[in-house]
Ligand binder design. Structure first.
Ligand code: ATP
Length: 238
């Protein structure tokens, strides 16, 4: 399978809808996306608008920090591509799919730097729950030398910590003026959706369409994803 063939992967044409500041930062938003939901879409759009930059949305093919995803790489990639098809300056990235081994963020940052061939600062977009786990990441000290963080709160009930090697940024200008090692906390909570909630609803036979981009819901329906085996067995019975 050629991972780069989906329409959204080539939607760089949308970039001209942004002003000429677009290349000053590279936004990257990574996740398991099992499945990609409206909270993810909201975050990606807000990151694009706040950073005024294109955001690459990276599918974690083989996440090392959690149980294996329920959806296959092929299904999760197809859903991600369909969700971003008509989105300006948001493009799916296969960087962790084409690479063997666990999906370590530090290696993704290195690869994105290589692929871009530029010196622009990279901003890793992340929800607060995942950010709190950063000290456990593989080669975490190198991460601070490779990029910045943009952190969305996700309804956390405690103030965020500034991890070792990072300093608090006041806004996008601060991110542009430094190559790495800044963290910008945005006091915004995207819709309180989670992939876990979507999968649980589906397993109970409920309709989760209100939590998902329209094309993602259509894909889940047409491929009978996330249903319990009882439900699938019931299909086709009178
Ligand atoms: P799961 O429920 O399976 O753990 P998830 O909904 O948290 O999945 P992931 O793919 O694990 O989604 O998350 C990718 C990134 O998106 C993480 O940085 C996570 O914090 C963030 N994120 C996911 N959903 C939201 C949301 N509703 N609001 C803010 N951040 C979110």
């Amino acid at each position: 399978m050629c991972w780069r063939t989906c329409a959204a992967a080539t939607n760089r044409a949308h970039e001209d809808q942004l002003t000429d500041a677009i290349d000053a930062l590279i936004g990257v938003f990574g996740g398991t996306f099992d499945p990609f939901h409206l909270g993810h879409l909201h975050m990606a759009r807000r990151a694009r608008d706040l950073l005024h930059a294109e955001v690459q949305v990276v599918l974690a093919a083989r996440p090392w920090h959690r149980d294996g995803p329920g959806g296959s790489v092929e299904d999760r990639w197809a859903m991600l591509c369909s969700a971003l098809e008509d989105e300006a300056a948001l493009s799916p990235s296969d960087v962790e799919i084409v690479r063997d081994g666990p999906s370590y963020t530090v290696e993704t940052l290195e690869e994105i730097r290589r692929r871009s061939g530029s010196d622009e600062p990279i901003v890793w977009v992340i929800g607060r729950d995942a950010y709190d786990f950063v000290p456990n990441w593989h080669r975490v000290d190198d991460v601070a030398c490779l990029g910045h963080f943009l952190v969305f709160d996700r309804g956390a009930d405690s103030p965020p910590r500034t991890h070792h090697g990072f300093r608090v940024a006041n806004g996008p200008a601060d991110l542009r003026n430094h190559r790495s090692g800044r963290v910008w906390f945005v006091d915004e909570s995207p819709p309180p959706v989670s992939s876990t909630a979507v999968r649980a609803m589906m397993a109970r036979g409920e309709n989760a369409s209100a939590l998902l981009p329209r094309k993602v819901w259509a894909y889940i329906e047409s491929h009978s994803l996330y249903r319990s085996s009882d439900e699938r067995q019931g299909e086709g019975k009178a």
